[in-house]
Design a protein around this ligand. Sequence first.
Ligand SMILES: [Fe+2]
Length: 180
Amino acid sequence: MTLKRPSWLRRRFLKLSALGATSLLFAAHTRSAENSNFNPTPEQTEGPFFPNSSQKDMDLDLTYIQGHDKRAEGQFIKVSGRIVDQYGVPVKQALIDVWQANSFGKYHHERDLRRVKVDENFQGWGTVQTDDNGFYHFRSVKPGPYPADGKWMRPPHIHFKVAKRGYRELTTQMYFLRNR
Ligand SMILES: [Fe+2]
């Protein structure tokens, strides 16, 4: 007779790192686990602007929308990193949703009602898959800051949601260092 382990015991955890033009390393993971070799990446809210509508172009180049003549405005960046589990084992074919504000700080989302410039050539969000060694990359523009509650500006950041069957989903954010 075999005992079926609770689903949460069978789940592994995702750790995500990102090395981009900003030289940021962000730790990702969901929660600490026994015998874990890595610190967990903090989870962060997905916020109010998680993509909720489809678009024809969802690829890893957010600076360009298929069929458009121009690219997005702003500072072009390339973000790359790796997804590993809590033991440092690369996670292949993990799906990563990335979404962010355009270079002016405006989301391509119906909930973002602020009167900030819309960039019709910025893709807004995309989906990336890790390769056999857990690596991923995508192109984008450095997002602009936007007001959190009228009292302070949220620093530029990119949202991530990482998922793979059998693993606990991870939602987090990557921040840019000021003046870079
Ligand atoms: Fe945000």
